[in-house]
Design a binder for this molecule. Structure first.
Ligand code: F6P
Length: 319
């Protein structure tokens, strides 16, 4: 292996830059040449590929977003798009890839490897924490802290007005962010995609409060009941109280990565390059119980990261 390509793909996540920095500097230190592929698979298809030096990644360890850019690339979903991507990589004589991304990135990466045989090692980069093969994904800790701080602020105003707030957090089809934010903010209820909501039980709980009081409920996008707006609407119909909805949205994806995310990203970015050098061909470098673990790339998106739904019961016990 002489020349590798590094790219970030899918939804950006705080810590992607720290991962890029580690991958680039590790590769250079081991005598490899490094190219940056801009905007994920889109840059592979378009040939938007640039040489990177140690200087190119200077000062980025603490920056949110991704200096390489990212995208959700439709062309790469097609055999024709992947054929073009393969030709581009051959033109640039890239013989190994390091990817930082989530489920979609690794599904595409698995198929691409099976079709064209260019070795690819992934690192888990998504705020959702929904990848099999790692305890935590790069960006998750930052997103949870961002959402937690937002809910702390919402609590102040909710308290002042004795209002009921439904705060919707991201996570796509996984409730990891909702559960951790709910626990960290002392919320009274959490709705997640992995578990059916017992709306009547929630109403019974509310009936225990004869006078308006501050309430904070954390709703994961993709929850089975239908999202924060639906909760608020149904509450308005049922109770004579003031409700408000806050959808935190993309604020959870930005900002400087926490120390935990910078360290995880640095460790895994570096491990991914070493894995390529060691001859790994289609794996993801994750961290499990403090150790770097390589998991077949196919498993990362075919299997499910285990959630602990009973933690929702814990918040209800402690409310
Ligand atoms: O996968 C990360 C994520 O932020 C999800 O939590 C969310 O559902 C999705 O991406 C939003 O995607 P987009 O930025 O493309 O709207």
């Amino acid at each position: 292996m002489k020349r590798i390509g590094v790219f970030t793909s899918g939804g950006d996540a705080p810590g992607m830059n720290a991962c890029t920095r580690a991958a680039v500097r590790h590769a250079l230190a081991r005598g490899l040449e490094v190219y940056g592929i801009r905007h994920g698979y889109q840059g592979m298809v378009d040939g938007d590929i640039i040489p990177l030096t140690g200087e190119s990644v200077s000062g980025i360890i603490g920056r949110g977003g991704t200096i390489l850019g990212t995208a959700r690339c439709k062309a790469f979903l097609t055999p024709e798009g992947r054929a073009i991507a393969n030709e581009r990589l051959r033109t640039f004589e890239i013989d190994g890839l390091v990817a930082c991304g989530g489920n979609g990135t690794f599904e595409g990466g698995t198929i691409f490897f099976e079709e064209y045989g260019i070795p690819m090692v992934g690192t888990p980069g998504t705020i959702d924490n929904d990848l099999y093969g790692t305890d935590f994904t790069i960006g998750y800790d930052t997103a949870v802290n961002t959402a937690m701080q937002a809910v702390d602020k919402i609590r102040d105003t909710a308290e002042s007005h004795s209002r009921t707030f439904f705060v919707e957090v991201m996570g796509r089809r996984a409730g990891f962010i909702a559960i951790d934010v709910g626990i960290a903010t002392g919320a009274e209820f959490i709705a997640i995609p992995e578990r059916e909501t017992n709306f009547d039980a929630l109403c019974n709980y509310m009936e225990g409060f004869p006078r308006p009081k501050r309430h904070i409920f954390i709703i994961s996008e993709g929850d089975q009941y239908g999202g924060a707006m639906k909760f608020a609407e149904d509450f308005r119909k049922r109770f004579d109280i003031e409700t408000r909805v806050t959808i935190l949205g993309h604020v959870q994806r930005g900002g400087p990565p926490t120390a935990r995310d910078r360290i995880l990203a640095t460790r895994l970015g570096s491990a991914a390059v070493q894995a390529l050098i060691d001859g790994e061909r289609s794996v993801m470098a994750g961290e499990i119980k403090g150790e770097v673990v390589l998991t077949p790339m196919r498993h990362t998106w075919e299997r499910r990261a285990e959630i602990t739904p009973s933690l929702c019961d814990l918040v209800e016990l402690l409310r």
